[in-house]
Each structure stands twice: as structure tokens, then as C-alpha cells.
Design a protein around this ligand. Structure first.
Ligand code: DLL
Length: 433
């Protein structure tokens, strides 16, 4: 039986959702105009005033916000309330340039935790469940977001944070954890470690996992489900909009419902900014509808995605986003061809490998090279050179037909690629362009 945390809104009619969005958008635009001079200037530059936005149909008129705007207004330039009304800050790890800082009032924390509670409830969580939160706690939003959601859903919450794999497994076993929250790469690692300890899926008390914060393929989902003996649900979000829970998967496990009472999603052409029709692939753009401290209008996520309003078997009515196909900024252009790491992962997993791989791109004599290092599984590990060559060739062929270009493949021993406890770093681009 499908469970809902807030059924009246999760299953509201399209008319009700539209009405709520229209009302909230008008208010949010007014709030930003009055309190965020940076965005007001952007609106003025387009000749807009809040009166131009009467409903969600007018959304397209508003200017976009991008990471560049967040950097320019770092740290407080987009905050919409006096700092005395803010109660929390989160931040991204900021591998390039300044970190993104996000601010929250207590109201903002509450609505964020509601979103996470919806995700946990959709994965079958309730007051009988023990939820182990193995996302990192601290500035990263994963730990504290799902922690708050787990409390709201009434679950017994174990705030293990990430790392210390032995202790994670001990808690799962000793405390009979039923739901695990962490990145999919860490879930795969925990599964691998438990298998090595001789634990069969039936001996692992977990029934579900809520995995997100990085791209993962359907093939990886099947692997994790098999080793841990669970149902694995996807969850999506980003710091700028609150954190995890912007969208979450239901029992249908084929796309994530976007919490449309709090966010409006659009898909745009990343080159022209034009809004694309439903079902077309493009860049995902979000508008927050009721955030106080860090209200973002038309924020460009750089995630590439499609939206669908097809009726969902779970009974929820909110629009669904597909698994992000990659990011406009992690798309690799290799010898002029667009390559997404997720395409490479699909080929590897379809050939019986696990998601333990590394992609190295370089430029030698003015020509791009693509090297894929992938671990053999313990079952396929061999020192028979003929067998290794045969396997490597099969992957080269598989990658060629998926990507249209040749990759060099090196098979390496099991466990030789460093495991990640948070988001996995899979691409090393050595090109200096
Ligand atoms: O990763 C928030 C989060 C925490 C989501 C825990 C889910 C679970 P950031 O660190 O700001 O926030 O990174 C946001 O991560 O724009 C996507 O590119 C990527 N991402 C997040 N969830 C998914 C997912 C958190 N389910 C960026 N699938 C986003 C694919 C995801 N990519």
C-alpha cells in the first residue's frame, strides 16, 4: 500500500496545484522585488515589475539566475530576509571557485524537512522504521536534510553520517536499520563490504534505500537492490534550493515527483534559454515558491533532464523528472563528440562490471584521449592475459557503439580504485584548454 506524508497536497488535483503555484509565485516575486536588490535590478533591466507576473504562465518573462549570479552576490547578496531571521547556512563543497552558500529561516527548514519526509514515507518509512542516515552531516545538505525528514516521518533516526564502514555495518545489523540513506556509490560499497563479510541479502535487515546527490544508472540500481536485498529509491535536490527532497521517487521507481507546491520546474534549451515542451530533453530550471531566506527565481541547475505529467501508478499528481542524464558542465567533449559519464557507466554495468571505474581524459599531440579504468569483479578476476584482452576488447566495442568514439580500456584488480563515502569522483580531465 502506497504511503503518503501529506496526501492532500501530494495527490491534489492539477487545478489545485496550479492555483497554489499561481498564488505563491506572485507572492514570491513580490518578496524578491522588495527584498533582493540584486534580482530587482535584473528585473528592471528587462523592464519588468512584479505586476507583470500574474500567474505561472508569466514565468518565462523573468530573468534566469545562474551559479555566476550566486558567485557575484556571494555571500549575502541574494538573502531575502534580515540575517537575524535566518537560523542555518549550508554550502556546497565548491570544487571550482567560490562555494555556494544557502540560507534558511525556520520556515524554510520546515518545508525542506517536509519534502524529505515525503521521500522517506514514499519509500515505505513510518514510525516502525529505523533510518540510518549515512550522508555527510555538516555543511553538506544530505545528512541534516534526511535527518530532519526522518524525524518528521516519525522514524527512529541513526545519525551515523558518512564514513567508518565497519561501524555503519555494525549499526545496520545491531539496530535493525530498515532504511539506509546515502550516496549510491557508498551504498554499493557498503553492499560489497557486507557481501565480503559473508552476509547474504536475507541477513541484512534493510528493506529500502534512499540514494541521491550524484548520477546513478538503472543498472547500478539493480546491482544495489540485489546485494542489499532492498528497493532502492532515487532522491534529487541541490543546496541552492534547500537540499535533498526537491524531487523523490515513489513505488513506481521510474522518475521523481517534483514537490510542486514548493517549486516550479521548467526545461529550457541551454543554448538559447527558450522553454521547451514537456518530454523534451534540456536543462532543468527551478523557481522556489515559498522560500523566505534564499528565494531563487528561474535558477539554472545545469542538470539535463526531461519532465513528464503522465499519470503515475502511485496516485501522486506532481510532475515527474527523469534521472538526470548528466550536467551541462560535466558533459565531456571528446574529439568533438558529446560524452556523458553516465553513458560509459551503462556500458560497464551491462557487461557485468560494477560501478567502480575512473574516466581519464587527456590531450596528446593535439588529439583527445579517453581512458576508462574499470575494476574486474572478484568473480572475473584472472591473470589469464588472453581472457583479459578479450574482456577489454568487448568493452572497447560496447563503448564505441554507445559513444561513437574509441576509448582505451584498462581492466584493473578488484578494490584498486579508491572508494568514496560521499559523492564519487569519476572523471579526471587532464586537458589544459
Ligand atoms: O547533492 C543534495 C542532495 C543530497 C540530493 C542528498 C540528494 C541526496 P549539491 O551538493 O548542491 O546538493 O549537489 C546538487 O547534485 O545539481 C545534481 O547535479 C546532483 N544530484 C543531486 N541528486 C541527484 C540525483 C545535493 N538523484 C547536484 N541524480 C545537482 C543525479 C543528482 N544527480
Amino acid at each position: 500500500m502506497e504511503r503518503y506524508y501529506q496526501p492532500e497536497i501530494e495527490c491534489a488535483s492539477r487545478e489545485e496545484i496550479k492555483k497554489l503555484q499561481d498564488e505563491r509565485l506572485v507572492k514570491q516575486v513580490r518578496h524578491v522585488w522588495d527584498n533582493v536588490p540584486y534580482y530587482r535590478k535584473k528585473m528592471e533591466a528587462k523592464g519588468l515589475t512584479p505586476d507583470d507576473i500574474q500567474s505561472a504562465e508569466d514565468l518565462y518573462k523573468l530573468p534566469f539566475l545562474s551559479k555566476k549570479d550566486l558567485r557575484e552576490s556571494y555571500p549575502y547578496g541574494l538573502v531575502g530576509v534580515p540575517l537575524k531571521d535566518c537560523v542555518r547556512i549550508h554550502s556546497t563543497s565548491g570544487t571550482t571557485g567560490k562555494r555556494v552558500m544557502a540560507f534558511y529561516t525556520q520556515h524554510d527548514i520546515d518545508l525542506w524537512e517536509d519534502c524529505c519526509a515525503r521521500a522517506i514515507t514514499a519509500a515505505g518509512g513510518g514510525d516502525e522504521d529505523v533510518v540510518q542516515v549515512s550522508y555527510g552531516y555538516g555543511l553538506f545538505t544530505g545528512g541534516l536534510g534526511l535527518h530532519g525528514g526522518s524525524h518528521k516521518a516519525g522514524c527512529l533516526t541513526i545519525p551515523t553520517s558518512s564514513g567508518n564502514t565497519e561501524r555503519q555495518i555494525m549499526f545496520i545489523q545491531d539496530l535493525n536499520a530498515t532504511i539506509l540513506c546515502c550516496t549510491p556509490s557508498y551504498a554499493a560499497y557498503l553492499g560489497e563490504s557486507m557481501r565480503e563479510m559473508g552476509l547474504s541479502p536475507e541477513e541484512i535487515p534493510l528493506k529500502a534505500g534512499i540514494f541521491g546527490a550524484e548520477a546513478w544508472s538503472e543498472e547500478m540500481r539493480h546491482d544495489i537492490e540485489k546485494t542489499l536485498g532492498i528497493k532502492a529509491y532515487d532522491i534529487y535536490g541541490l543546496t541552492e534550493l534547500s537540499g535533498p527532497g526537491v524531487a523523490f521517487e515513489c513505488s513506481a521507481q521510474n522518475g521523481m515527483h517534483i514537490n510542486e507546491d514548493h517549486f516550479i520546474a521548467e526545461i529550457i534549451d541551454p543554448k538559447t534559454g527558450e522553454v521547451l515542451p514537456e518530454g523534451t530533453q534540456g536543462e532543468l530550471v527551478f523557481t522556489s515558491l515559498d522560500k523566505e531566506a534564499f528565494p531563487l527565481l528561474r535558477y539554472r541547475t545545469r542538470d539535463i533532464c526531461t519532465l513528464t505529467r503522465e499519470k503515475c501508478s502511485c496516485g501522486r499528481t506532481h510532475v515527474k523528472m527523469c534521472k538526470p542524464k548528466g550536467r551541462t558542465d560535466d558533459m565531456l567533449i571528446i574529439r568533438g563528440v558529446n560524452v556523458f559519464p553516465s553513458q560509459i557507466e551503462t556500458v560497464l554495468l551491462n557487461n557485468g562490471y560494477q560501478a567502480n571505474y575512473q574516466i581519464v581524459v587527456d590531450r596528446v599531440n593535439n588529439s583527445d584521449t579517453l581512458d576508462v579504468r574499470v575494476e574486474m569483479t572478484p568473480e572475473m578476476f584472472t591473470d589469464n592475459l588472453g581472457e583479459i584482452t578479450r574482456r577489454q576488447r568487448a568493452l572497447v566495442d560496447g563503448l564505441k557503439s554507445m559513444l561513437g568514439i574509441k576509448a582505451n580500456v584498462t581492466l584493473v584488480a578488484p578494490k584498486s580504485i579508491t572508494r568514496s563515502e560521499g559523492k564519487a569522483v569519476r572523471v579526471i580531465d587532464k586537458r589544459k584548454i
